[in-house]
Design a protein around this ligand. Structure first.
Ligand code: 13P
Length: 248
């Protein structure tokens, strides 16, 4: 069985003072018996996470990365820099980046490769909009998003991925996908991985993201192909984040 994994995506939230309180609250609330967990924070706070979380059960990571190696790319942060802060995870292809920064699946695939090359784990996000769901295009849309990454990777490297299914209509809306709806998509994504590498399909965690909260986490995480959560709003309060970790 795959171990559950709960990852907080802070998005563009935080301050040094608020982060200290949140991180201390999470660490203090863990008793060692819970699911694996991590926080993905804005890049300027990676040092703070490394200082606060080294030696604890909470891993950390970033929310985006450049597809390039170090060089003349003003404003970008390369994977080698993130690795210097001991990041374990890097989110790539979040729907907010696809929507507001026009990131294509092709670019997302290059970012995933850059993350793997530095020994970190890419969290590849896929998800459909409400219009796409209503048009019956969900499986096609998420399949193309994941497929763009799968085809760029050596089949053996697939075992190092984390995938996150995040329906755009469920993000920050308070409307989560039902456990059955999410499970259907997760099973589809796992089958897609299986075609390339059967062993990877067994081990790759497929996380659900989109209004996951302590009160709906248990039912979502009880589904056979939902291996954890990528948590936005509820990851900003230690009590809520811990509630989801304990539900897992
Ligand atoms: P919410 O949990 O706030 O809906 O956000 C989900 C998300 O986008 C995580 O990456």
């Amino acid at each position: 069985m795959r171990a559950k994994l709960i990852i907080g995506n802070w998005k563009m939230n935080g301050s040094r003072a608020a982060n200290a309180e949140l991180l201390n609250g999470i660490v203090a609330g863990l008793d060692g018996a819970e699911a694996a967990c991590a926080v993905c924070v804005p890049a300027p706070y990676l040092q703070q996470c490394q200082d606060a979380l080294s030696g604890t059960a909470v891993a950390w990571g970033a929310q985006d990365v450049s597809m390039h190696e170090c060089g003349p790319y003003t404003g970008e942060v390369c994977a080698a820099m993130l690795a210097e802060f001991a990041c374990r995870y890097v989110i790539v292809g979040h729907s907010e980046r696809r929507a507001y920064h026009r990131e294509t699946s092709e670019l997302v695939a290059k970012k995933a490769l850059a993350v793997l090359a530095e020994g970190m784990t890419p969290i590849v996000c896929v998800g459909e909009t409400l219009a796409q769901r209503d048009a019956g295009e969900t499986m096609q849309v998420v399949g193309e998003m994941l497929g763009a990454v799968l085809e760029k990777l050596d089949p053996a490297a697939l075992e190092k991925l984390v995938v996150a299914y995040e329906p755009v209509w469920a993000i920050g809306t308070g409307k989560n996908a039902t456990p059955e709806t999410a499970q259907e998509v997760h099973a589809h994504l796992r089958a897609q991985i299986r075609v390339r590498n059967a062993q990877a399909a067994q081990v790759v965690p497929i996380l659900y993201g989109g209004s996951m909260k302590p009160d709906n986490a248990g039912a979502l995480l009880a589904q056979p192909d939902i291996d954890g959560g990528l948590i936005g709003g509820a990851a900003l309060k230690a009590g809520d984040f811990l509630g989801i970790i304990k539900a897992a």
